[in-house]
Design a protein. Structure first.
Length: 233
């Protein structure tokens, strides 16, 4: 396997952080940050101070609304939220601290570096919700829903585990469906239109999604299953 290289695009920092966000980044983020070590594989169960029964991973957690909600609703789950945008990570970490969440860890870096280090079969659910669509054709290679990332997720996710993907950009939806349905590790088998038009009850809305709805964009929610066991040897 070719070693992953750090590849970050777009803004890392937005508006200057206020006191709450600055304190979160300086004092709280180091406590929750997942270490990117040279030694692999990394068992994510060992990242949490208290025992958890499984680990979920969110790629691109934005301002952390979804991540914090999931961690609060599932205290027996270890939750890893990855978001390189500093302002979003500051909001996430501050909210997690204010709610006293002990089952959340974060990474403010390129998720591919983490995917490479995690132990096979160690992620029981993954989320890629409303990722940057990179609308210009010359930037499509930056889209996070791609064969290489799915290959890594396939290695990390055991049979029957769930991958949740969402977008409100129709062009990106076409791209996602093309890539996802061609990939051998994941199966999307909706029974009716509501399976992709209606957000499940355990899938909370976010500020970004609400903003899209107000702009007239309709969201699509995809729930895929890990098809078969990989050779974890």
């Amino acid at each position: 396997m070719i070693a992953a290289k750090r590849e970050l695009h777009g803004r890392r920092v937005g508006r200057p952080l206020r006191h709450r966000g600055l304190q979160a980044v300086q004092e709280l983020l180091p406590r929750l940050r997942v270490p990117l070590t040279a030694s692999a594989p990394l068992d994510p169960l060992t990242l949490f101070d208290h025992p958890v029964r499984e680990v979920w991973l969110e790629i691109g957690s934005g301002d952390g609304m979804h991540a914090v909600w999931q961690a609060a609703q599932n205290p027996d789950i270890g939750y890893i939220a990855v978001e390189p945008f500093v302002n979003g990570m500051a909001s996430l970490v501050a909210a997690a601290f204010e709610q006293g969440l002990q089952n959340i860890r974060v990474l403010d870096d390129d998720v591919r570096l983490l995917l490479e280090q995690l132990a096979p079969g160690s992620i029981d659910r993954a989320f890629v919700l409303f990722p940057d669509p990179w609308p210009k054709r010359r930037h499509w290679r930056r889209r996070i829903v791609n064969t290489q990332v799915l290959d890594q997720l396939g290695r990390l996710m055991p049979q029957g585990s769930e991958l949740r993907v969402a977008t409100d950009v129709q062009d990106y939806l076409v791209w996602m469906l093309r890539v996802l349905r061609r990939h051998p590790d994941f199966d999307w088998s909706p029974a009716c239109a509501d399976d992709w038009r209606v957000r499940p009850d355990d899938w909370p809305g976010t500020r970004f999604e609400t903003k899209g709805l107000e702009a007239g964009r309709h969201s699509t929610y995809l729930s895929l299953q890990r098809r078969h066991m990989s050779d974890f040897a």
